[in-house]
Ligand binder design. Sequence first.
Ligand SMILES: Cc1cc2nc3c(=O)[nH]c(=O)nc-3n(C[C@H](O)[C@H](O)[C@H](O)COP(=O)(O)OP(=O)(O)OC[C@H]3O[C@@H](n4cnc5c(N)ncnc54)[C@H](O)[C@@H]3O)c2cc1C
Length: 412
Amino acid sequence: MPNSADVVVAGAGPAGSAAAHLLASAGADVMLIERARFPRDKSCGDGITAHSVAILNEMGLSFESFDGKAVRVRGGRIGAPTGETFAATPDAPAGGAECWVVPRVVLDERLARAAQNAGARLVEGTSVIRTLLDNGRVVGVECTDGTSVRAIAARLVIGADGAHSAVAASLGLGRAPERHIGYALRGYYTGVADLRDDLEIYYFDRHILPGYGWVFPVGEATANIGIGIYAGELRRASRKLRDILAEFVACEPNVAPRLTQAKPVGRAVGWPLPVSTLHRPTVFDGALLCGDAASLVDPLTGEGIWTALVSGRSAGRAALAAVAANDASREVLSVHEREWRRIAGGYLSAGRLLKNLAKSARLLSLVVRRARENAYYASRALGYGLGTLDRRRALRAIVLRALFNPSFFRPS
Ligand SMILES: Cc1cc2nc3c(=O)[nH]c(=O)nc-3n(C[C@H](O)[C@H](O)[C@H](O)COP(=O)(O)OP(=O)(O)OC[C@H]3O[C@@H](n4cnc5c(N)ncnc54)[C@H](O)[C@@H]3O)c2cc1C
């Protein structure tokens, strides 16, 4: 492995591969260092919403070429704690992007190879241990392949190394407080009955709201099934994630009858969700953070791939400008934060607001009931979740309609 690069990117998940792809496509010298070897799994719901698909298409990934390992999703179904549900198929967005479910073991390798094919030097099986500093400025990383430790010099470092980011830790960012962390557990099941081309989300237990369970189709009678819950609710529930997943699978009335013949494939795998209620700095002298390392998961839905892609690309663009100017100071790199906030800031703010509202079982049940009655609400609510609509506008339209329509709140 060479001992220097213009830009070192730590972590080849969606954020790191998007950053490396953008840099390499523009001719920059970029090294993408990944702890695992591909193909590697990542615990995830595998739901790729329309706005993520639009970016992945721009990066040259075509979902039709996933050799039957991707399922196209057209709509969704949402269930309230009462067991009531509504379903809708939102209009396709103007650009024609679609939603897909793709196991991360497939998607992440494709993404990393796209970055590699664009010219990034992908180094697998190597962990970044920490950043190297000179006068308070990041000038490279120390990494290991498990047998030896070596230093890589870089003009700047992009930390895209996920929820347990070594780069963020070495920049002095400690563990996030409990209220900014969620946990999610995902299993694959075969023999699932009545799977549609829907993303299904069920707010099945009023005690863990805004936590929910999901059923996403990944193939013929095969589903990705999981639960996500805030750390505080998990502590207060005094239960293990596995027990809550078992309850979802066995008791949710819209799920349990379809799983009587189902079998789990392997063991369910859990992982933290660093939620964007935490405002972490993402720009440093000589370093940038993106994706989960920057705590950019949507507080309502748990979606993190879109913000990983958006912030990975903004980090890549800022890094390009810094390399061109031969200046990786915080001032030059601050375009990163301005860009990801401009694109994703409103969506994350909406998520923060809605996540608090979704703690109310009564409000959730009311919304589901109204959406059952009203196709406009139903398609807007699902368009919001599936990323087929501009989320700020969708939210404003729903709130205004509800406020100016007093019958929305009528008791039923
Ligand atoms: C159970 C679950 C379900 C989810 N479902 C969805 C969903 O359906 N849709 C959605 O959009 N989001 C979902 N998310 C969130 C989503 O998975 C993450 O937000 C997303 O993966 C973040 O991408 P990333 O590139 O920032 O980090 P990651 O995907 O975590 O990638 C980080 C990469 O860095 C590597 N790495 C880690 N440490 C080091 C190191 N020290 N040195 C080098 N490499 C390192 C890792 O091996 C990994 O390849 C879910 C999360 C969980 C836990």
